[in-house]
Design a protein around this ligand. Structure first.
Ligand code: GLN
Length: 555
């Protein structure tokens, strides 16, 4: 079979949920057993998302091969249940960097180097290459931004050209638009969609299908009206109305026949999608039998997208434990001096990754509260580092222990930058990134969490994104005071060998810290093991607390 391409563009406004639409189409094709890959095009000039503020742009997602990408790549991975790679996120920065480097090497043989064809050729090359690298039968390509933006023009031109190179039966276009509802006149307004499609046609692309994003399900006349104005058959105008859970969107689109439409349009065999386990997961998500509430002590509490993978990992872990996981965001800064007792009612405390000194002392206090009160604790990356700092100060007697990220002059720099990192110049792509193998020690809680049988291979891979490490000079002192190192970096031919990857505490129901970001590889039906273990501990803790309350009441 020739490789097929499905292009997804967006209109009217940004943040429409194009990523979810793209991922949902991908999930439906995966459910038909196709090998699918997905490419996100970001028209900004940053080479990657690593240098952008999560507060504005949401989380920086890291692929197993260490690329710092747009968070949509994470959504694709979770919906397609596939690991993606560096080449799956194309930015204007990358494209121009390559073109300019080529020009400097003289590879354009004295030609005038122009947007068309040189930049568009480089875009096409990257799209084809991403599909080839993944061995994909179907490649989804989502063009970020909104049609009509100046910066997306070269990308639209490139995807227009691809149809002529691969043929109409091997390529199709979806346009996702906003369908606003006006309360005053009580109607859906189709005009923005009409204009947006007109703009798209102005650059030579006639969409094959339209996906309308709306608050609620739209009446048939609306679809017919849009069909009339956009040259798209009414049956190919789909409606992705707001759902309680993003994982419901594939089903919503499938019920309207989107899968069958793609099959017809791309001349694929008619296949019944296998969605049973997906549907079962969604069913539990909707009607869980238990519930826990987790406190997340972080910095970007006003921008949950900055912790997107984390939230999904907790959701997936909830499904595996048949439990609803309610999150409460606690601004770490408020805990620096504020009332720490407000953490008492939670079934678990999670301190996520982060950078910079803001709120650090609040995170240290949160770790102390969890340790002293035997409340389940999960520390991710910075959340592990602050747990180590807390333990060093309050258990190992290393007063004013700190990370050199926050205190250059700490007498006990228990978290420190490693020599390899000191030599690095610049901030882009220079951290410890992507998959690193961890040796899990036998007899630890971590071994149970990962379900490793004694005597079996105890190496697991998790993704990383950080500069600082537990300082090897203090590991013995920390261990002597009772801290358990449950995993270390291994098998990297000397690079980082033996660095602390994970820690836990004895005599505690669940106190686990990981230097990595296991939330980056969570899947709907395959939750990240540390998150699954954490939620299980929270469920057990809650049951115990309830039992105790009942006991005291009945006395
Ligand atoms: N700021 C810390 C470091 O660079 C932790 C990073 C993180 O949590 N991702 O090591």
């Amino acid at each position: 079979m020739d490789t097929k391409y499905i292009f997804i563009t967006g209109g009217v406004v940004s943040s429409l949920g194009k990523g979810i639409a793209t991922s949902s189409i991908g999930a439906l094709l995966r459910a038909r057993a196709y090998k699918v890959s997905a490419v996100k095009i970001d028209p900004y000039i940053n080479v990657d998302a690593g240098t952008m503020r999560p507060y504005e742009h949401g989380e920086v997602f890291v692929t197993q091969d260490g690329a710092e990408t747009d968070l949509d790549i994470g959504t694709y991975e979770r919906f397609l249940d596939t690991d993606l790679a560096r080449g799956n996120n194309i930015t204007t920065g990358q494209v121009y960097q390559t073109v300019i480097e080529k020009e400097r090497r003289g590879e354009y043989l004295s030609e005038t180097v122009q947007v068309i064809p040189h930049v568009t050729d480089e875009i096409k090359r990257r799209i084809y290459e991403a599909g080839k690298q993944a061995g994909a039968e179907i490649v989804l390509v989502e063009v970020g931004g909104t049609v009509g933006d100046i910066e997306s023009l070269p990308f639209l031109e490139a995807i227009r050209q691809i149809r002529f190179e691969v043929g109409s039966e091997n390529s199709m276009y979806f346009h996702v638009t906003l369908l606003p509802y006006l309360g005053t006149s009580e109607e859906f307004k189709t005009k923005p969609t009409q204009h947006s499609v007109a703009t798209l046609r102005g650059v030579g692309i006639q969409p094959d299908g339209i996906i309308l994003r709306s608050k609620s399900s739209t009446p048939e006349e609306v679809r017919k009206k849009i069909a009339l104005f956009t040259n798209v058959e009414a049956r190919n105008v789909f409606n992705s109305y707001d759902a309680d859970f993003v994982y419901e969107v594939p089903e919503i689109l499938e019920q309207q026949g989107i899968g069958r439409f793609i099959e017809r349009r791309l001349e694929l065999e008619k296949v019944t999608p296998e969605m049973r386990s997906w549907q079962e997961a969604v069913r539990i998500l909707r009607h869980p039998s238990r519930a826990v509430t987790i406190a997340i002590v972080g910095k970007y509490v006003a921008m949950p997208d900055a912790y997107l993978s984390l939230m999904e990992a907790l959701k997936h872990a909830g499904i595996a434990n048949d439990a609803q996981v309610t999150l409460e965001w606690i601004n770490a800064e408020e805990l620096v001096e504020g009332d720490i007792e407000r953490l008492r009612p939670f079934d678990g405390i999670l301190v996520p990754g982060g950078f910079g000194i803001r709120g650090i002392e609040g995170k240290v206090r949160a770790a102390q509260f969890a340790r002293e009160n035997n409340i389940p604790y999960l520390g991710i990356c910075l959340g592990m580092q602050t747990a180590v700092i807390e333990f060093a100060r309050n258990v190992a007697g290393l007063d004013n222990a700190n990370s050199t990220e926050f205190d250059q002059y700490s007498p006990f720099p228990v978290i420190d930058i490693m020599p390899e990192q000191l030599e690095v110049e610049g901030l882009g792509g220079t951290m410890r990134l992507g998959n690193w193998p961890m040796q899990v020690y036998e007899g630890t809680l971590l071994e149970k969490i990962y379900g490793l049988n004694p005597g079996s291979n105890h190496v697991v891979q998790e993704r990383h994104r950080h500069r600082y490490e537990v300082n090897p000079a203090y590991v013995d002192a920390l261990k002597a005071a009772g801290l358990i190192v449950s995993g270390v970096t291994t098998g990297m031919a000397g690079r980082g060998e033996g660095l602390v990857e994970a820690m836990e505490l004895p005599n505690h129901r669940f106190f686990v810290g990981l230097q990595s970001h296991p939330e980056l590889s969570t899947r709907l039906m395959r939750p990240s093991p540390p998150f699954k273990g954490f939620i299980q501990a929270a469920v057990d803790y809650k049951c115990e607390t309830l039992d105790k309350e009942l006991e005291t009441k009945s006395k």
